[in-house]
Design a protein. Structure first.
Length: 582
């Protein structure tokens, strides 16, 4: 295929778009790959669409290779299946909801678990039918609170979503593993550097969910990995090794002390160390009680919750939210304090919470037998040596404290280091949540119905265009890996003489015959403009046809490394075919 710049629907921009914060957004707009229509909503122009299609092709090949079958469901969906699983309300404001002319409720699918389960139920009913893996590549809609960075976080975006349907947990493990392997092959093939991170605490058994994160300093997801093992996890999924339990026998009794003007951990520690005791205190010896309120989906009332963490750590709201999901979380305000006089701001202790029926969850470091300095529920007073398991018994533990670099790795090997990434894929053993909701059963060999178990697996197809661009660009522009590039060779005709143009045409025709995809810059523009556009567009190989012709040579430039070699006009087609075939 020969694409001529003289007629290609493309206008590159010299200036960065004003709203672009990250390189991929800046460059994809400047190079004319995408155009913004509304916040988080973009059009694909010819070059962008080619990259998108190349990624889709790779996704299809890897999915077919694990035996997945492609189908296509609507994006416009009726409310009922989503009501059956509770997601019509649970999904919250991220779901686009609409009404048809008869006032019936519809939604634009943010993800399709419900409809896939229903589709399988419509066709299959015997154990002989399973396992099955179905997938689609489709436009998804999410009314993201902060659409960001161009196509990286869109409100309309393309996702590959697949769903496995299995008869038992073992089969589900196999479907999960197949997807994990397919994703690994896919992302390797697309030239991405990525890490597979544990996405849930593993409370559901093993690696029930993992995310593939493209490593990138501009990524929105912070994750941690061990300095010594291959442990990697989302910050939300990091589990804190619990402190060893100790006997409460013989520990000093709790004592309330007058600690004037100590409403913060800092002022408290300073006071304690200046009090003339033989002990020294650090923030880690104090127990900070943070109050929040939570509300379960469908409930109207908020419930107060006390969260106890060691005073040297902040509560990480994202971890807290993940730990309490699907319940919502909000901070308490002055009104909440006023309505509950037992809460003494700055001096809240476990006692008042527990005596007044407030649920109280603590960090795993607050284990039985550990002693703390904490609020005494009285202004200007703290209690020292309040022992967990003796003086207070929490209602449970919660992973809400911030994770820090240098914390021990949960697998016991090494310490945690943090990094940033872009979520490009997510694999998830769902279990029976959706099949229970619609009673998706397979008739077993014994004639009894068996509940089917499900997995769901997503790839951010349009996001991948941006993620690849984030990892493959330089000051001049995009630098596509060959597997996704919009063309193989970008031919620049340098100089105005007819021989150069004629020779370029001849070479392009030969390359085209050999199956090489070329962009030919046949515009009536200066070589400087053409070179700048070639660098910006980012095709892996640039062929310059111009000055050298009198000596019988053309120049082949590697876009990524910048190396240039002169090749004879007779041998250049063969040279390029070899380059392209790798
Ligand atoms: P995120 O945490 O980034 O919001 P998610 O966990 O909500 O993503 P999933 O529901 O797991 O996303 O969707 C599967 C994949 O779809 C994600 O791994 C991601 O690559 C992609 N994706 C999700 N939301 C968007 C979006 N708003 N724009 C582009 N791609 C997205
Ligand atoms: Mg996800």
């Amino acid at each position: 295929m020969i694409t001529r710049m003289s007629t290609l629907f493309l206008r590159t921009l010299r200036e960065d778009p004003a709203d672009a914060e990250v390189p991929s957004h800046r460059l994809l707009v400047r190079a004319g790959y995408v155009r913004r229509v509304a916040p988080g909503i973009y059009s694909w122009l010819p070059l962008g669409l080619r990259v998108l299609r190349n990624i889709e092709r790779a996704v299809r090949e890897e999915m077919e290779a694990i035996g997945a079958q492609e189908i296509h469901l609507p994006a416009l969906l009726p409310k009922e299946p989503y009501e059956a699983t509770g997601r019509w309300t649970e999904y919250g404001p991220n779901m686009f909801r609409l009404k048809d002319r008869k006032k019936a409720d519809y939604l634009l699918g943010p993800t399709h678990e419900e409809l896939f389960a229903q589709t399988v139920k419509g066709e299959y009913n015997s154990y002989r039918d399973f396992p099955v893996i179905l997938y689609q590549i489709q436009t998804k809609y999410r009314d993201e609170e902060r659409p960001r960075a161009g196509i990286l976080r869109g409100r309309e975006f393309v996702m590959k979503d697949s769903y496995s349907f299995d008869l038992d947990d073992e089969q589900l493990m196999t479907s999960y593993r197949l997807h994990r392997e397919a994703y690994t092959r896919l992302f390797d093939r697309l030239g991405l550097r990525y890490t597979i991170v544990a996405a849930t605490s593993g409370a559901m058994g093993g690696s029930a969910s993992e995310e593939f994160l493209a490593e990138c300093p501009t990524g929105e997801d912070t994750f941690v990995r061990s300095s010594e093992s291959d442990y990697a996890a989302n910050v939300e999924a990091v589990t804190t090794p619990p402190a060893p339990e100790r006997s409460v026998e013989g520990l000093p009794p709790a004592e309330v002390h007058h600690t004037p003007d100590t409403p913060t951990i800092e002022t408290l520690v300073e006071f304690l160390n200046g009090a003339g005791w033989e002990r020294t205190f650090t923030a880690a010896d104090t127990l900070k009680n943070v109050l929040v309120k939570t509300r379960r989906p469908g409930d109207t009332e908020w419930e107060l919750l006390g969260v106890g963490v060691p005073g040297d750590r902040e509560v990480d709201m994202k971890r807290l939210e993940a730990a309490l999901e699907p319940a919502e979380v909000a901070l308490v305000d002055d009104e909440d304090f006023e309505a509950r006089p037992f809460l003494v701001k700055g001096y809240v202790g476990p006692k008042a919470l527990q005596h007044n029926g407030v649920r109280y969850l603590v960090d795993p470091r607050v284990a039985r037998g550990t002693a703390w300095v904490t609020g005494a529920d009285k202004t200007d007073h703290h209690v020292v040596d309040l022992v967990c398991g003796r003086d207070f018994v929490p209602d449970g533990t919660i992973e809400a404290a911030e994770v820090r670099e240098g914390d021990p790795s949960p697998d016991g090997r090494g310490v945690l280091q943090s990094a940033r990434g872009i979520e490009i894929g997510h694999i998830f053993q769902l279990g029976r949540k959706y099949t229970d909701a619609i009673s998706l059963d397979a008739l077993g060999q014994d004639g009894k119905p068996k509940r089917v178990t499900m997995g769901s697996y997503g790839v951010g197809v349009s996001r991948l265009v941006a993620a690849i661009a984030e990892q493959h660009h330089d000051e001049q522009g995009l630098v596509w890996p060959r597997a996704v590039a919009p063309a193989d060779v970008h031919v620049v005709v340098a100089g105005k003489d007819e021989t150069a143009a004629g020779e370029a045409e001849r070479l392009c025709a030969e390359l085209d015959t050999a199956g090489v995809r070329v962009i030919l810059d046949d515009r009536n523009a200066s070589p400087g403009v053409k070179f700048a556009d070639a660098e910006l567009v980012g095709v892996p190989t640039i062929l310059v046809v111009g000055k050298g012709l009198s000596r019988g040579v053309v120049e082949v430039k590697d876009r990524a490394g910048g190396e240039r070699v002169e090749v004879s006009t007779d041998g250049v087609v063969e040279h390029l075919v070899e380059l392209v075939r790798g």
